[in-house]
Design a protein around this ligand. Structure first.
Ligand SMILES: NC(=O)c1ccc[n+]([C@@H]2O[C@H](COP(=O)([O-])OP(=O)(O)OC[C@H]3O[C@@H](n4cnc5c(N)ncnc54)[C@H](O)[C@@H]3O)[C@@H](O)[C@H]2O)c1
Ligand SMILES: O=C(O)C[C@H](O)C(=O)O
Ligand SMILES: [Mn+2]
Length: 541
């Protein structure tokens, strides 16, 4: 016999007041709900009214999470109707507030798995318990050492995995019953959390090195064993681990790192969009990346890959990149370069006074970049003087201040348009309002990996991919071309989030096609579109 309360408390099957009379009879729900039977449309209207009654973004998020915890179909039905309004609430930037207040706000675990470095023998059991028999096809895992640009947030960081997964389903149609958010709790170096009596994670410093990598190995092996058809998405790992982990597993299992690769392909798509507006060639650009960490190096790698696809040798392509980090412009002899930075380090002999290039202003003056990307976590680093200097040597300077959340952005879109008298081609990490300047309305693209990863991940799952390789990532970057009308004054360099469901579908099909064509599908698939259509989940009862 069915237990009414168990059904009503299971968000994957609960329909609330939309259970029909026949269902109520069959499932022993008679009397466990008010008598009226509502349609999903009526439920959505009522829920949206409640959403609108909340004033603060965090209150709106808490309301939406309650709905998510109660009835996942209704949640995604509503999110599908209001995707532009809900994205910044369930995802970046408001997810940042919920991470900072995770302990205070904690109500329930939202079906996440919590892996503890102090309990390595229970890695498999933890995943199994959290999945509770569900057929998992998508795992988003974070160890939260580098949450957005906010640093180490320990177990609180699980909310980024939950938020990323919400976007996967809303944008691309991944079945929400087939996803698993995972927190790897390797400790935290965030003293505020360690001192907080309410902190819910392991109360010790972060563990690095052998013990850490053994845990990651164990985790990856358990995911492969329990969920062999799944895609493993890594998110917000620290600079010293993210690239190592990707390097180790990318040829062996279906995996990708969103901060390295997702960001790389959205920036490439944005640069291609910008060049479509300016009618310039990518091989004529000089790229300066400010903040050469996980994202900054990933972006440079993806752009370099594109230059090589256009026929340049590796040595020629590398000449187009200038990486600036805390030390200033990175040279071959700069101390403490990461392996990724080393690839792009310049030779001192290229510059007359290389020892003076120790900050962004000096580097911009010496390099005269045509494309400048910010992934530095340094708010306001793209100053008026620096932007004016850049714009003095570039007809249509391409400027993407990408650090998240909002308070960390290197510049505001509005300022960049003003300082360059409308010449800058701008994209930001979080949503930005249109900018009106001299009678033209400039639309600001959002260069956030959320534009790409839902389509990439969903396409890879639908095609039963063995791996996600460079060929597939490149195909995904190019899939956004042609959506924006580049001839309109003030056109954006990337398509608007309002169209994310449409273009995520296109990306998914392109990705599935690439996997099938390369013989990288685990199944004998031939039709990418059919495979994507078959895998797609839609929120309806
Ligand atoms: N828009 C997007 O899609 C997107 C994607 C990924 C990351 N990001 C943002 O990019 C930022 C960096 O993320 P990450 O994962 O690469 O972090 P990270 O820690 O790996 O890299 C940050 C880099 O910035 C450097 N840095 C710090 N202070 C600096 C300074 N004063 N001058 C120059 N460089 C400095 C650090 O040394 C490090 O190399 C974050 O704010 C993150 O939110 C945005
Ligand atoms: O989470 C985001 O908004 C994008 C990106 O993954 C980041 O770390 O900033
Ligand atoms: Mn991230």
């Amino acid at each position: 016999m069915n237990n009414a309360q168990a059904i009503l408390k299971n968000p994957f099957i609960n329909k609330g007041t939309a259970f029909s009379l026949a269902e109520r009879q069959q499932l022993n729900l008679i009397g466990a709900l008010p008598t009226a039977v509502q349609t999903i449309e009526e439920q959505a209207k009522q829920a949206y009214g409640q959403f609108q009654s909340k004033e603060q973004p965090l209150e709106k998020r808490i309301f939406l999470m309650n709905l998510f915890n109660t009835n996942r179909t209704l949640f995604y039905y509503l999110m599908g109707q209001h995707i532009v309004e809900f994205m910044p609430i369930v995802y970046d930037p408001v997810v940042a507030e919920s991470i900072e207040q995770y302990n205070e706000l904690f109500m329930q675990s939202q079906e996440a798995a919590f892996i503890s470095i102090d309990d390595p023998d229970n890695v498999e059991a933890s995943l199994k318990n959290a999945a509770s028999g569900r057929d998992i096809r998508l795992v988003v895992v974070t160890d939260a050492e580098g949450i957005l640009g906010m640093g180490d947030w320990g177990v609180n960081g699980v909310d980024i995995a939950i938020g990323k997964l919400m976007v996967y389903t809303a944008a691309a149609g991944v079945d929400p019953a087939q996803v698993l958010p995972v927190s790897i709790d390797a400790g935290t170096n965030n003293q505020k959390l360690l001192d907080d009596p309410l902190y819910l994670g392991n109360r010790h410093q972060r563990i690095y090195g052998k013990r850490y990598y053994e845990l990651i190995d164990k985790f990856v092996a358990a995911v492969e064993k329990l969920f062999p058809e799944s895609l493993l998405h890594f998110e917000d790992f620290g600079r010293s681990n993210a690239a190592n982990i990707l390097e180790k597993y990318q040829d062996k299992i279906l995996t990708f790192n969103d901060d390295i690769q997702g960001t790389g392909i959205v920036v490439l798509a944005g640069v291609l969009g910008a060049l479509n507006i300016s009618h310039e060639k990518i091989t004529d650009q000089k790229f300066l990346t400010f903040g050469a960490g996980t994202a900054g190096v990933g972006i440079a790698q993806q752009l370099m890959d594109e230059l090589m696809r256009q026929g340049l040798s590796a040595a020629e392509a590398r000449q187009h990149f200038y990486l600036v980090d805390k030390q200033g412009l990175l040279f071959e002899d700069t101390p403490d370069l990461t392996p990724g930075q080393k690839l792009f380090a310049r030779s001192r002999s290229e510059f007359a006074a290389s020892e003076t290039l120790t900050d962004l202003a000096a580097a911009v003056k010496a390099v005269q970049p045509t494309v400048m990307i910010g992934t530095s976590t340094q708010p306001g680093a793209f100053t008026e003087a620096i932007i004016k200097e850049m714009a003095a040597h570039a007809k249509r300077p391409v400027i993407f201040p990408l650090s998240n959340p909002t308070r960390l952005a290197e510049a505001k879109a509005e300022d960049l348009i003003k300082w360059t008298a409308g010449r800058a081609l701008v994209a930001t990490g979080i949503p930005a309002a249109d900018v009106e300047y001299n009678g033209v309305v400039y639309q600001i693209g959002q260069a956030n990996n959320a534009l790409m990863y839902p389509g990439v991940g969903f396409g890879a799952i639908a095609a039963a991919g063995k791996v996600i390789n460079g060929e597939t990532l490149s195909a995904a970057s190019h899939a956004l071309g042609g959506i924006v009308d580049a001839t309109l004054p003030g056109a954006a360099v990337l398509p608007p989030v309002a169209k994310i469901q449409e273009f995520s579908q296109t990306i998914a099909e392109v990705v599935a096609q690439s996997i099938i064509e390369q013989g990288l599908s685990k199944e004998h698939l031939t039709d990418a579109k059919a495979a994507v259509a078959k895998a797609k989940w839609v929120p309806k009862y």
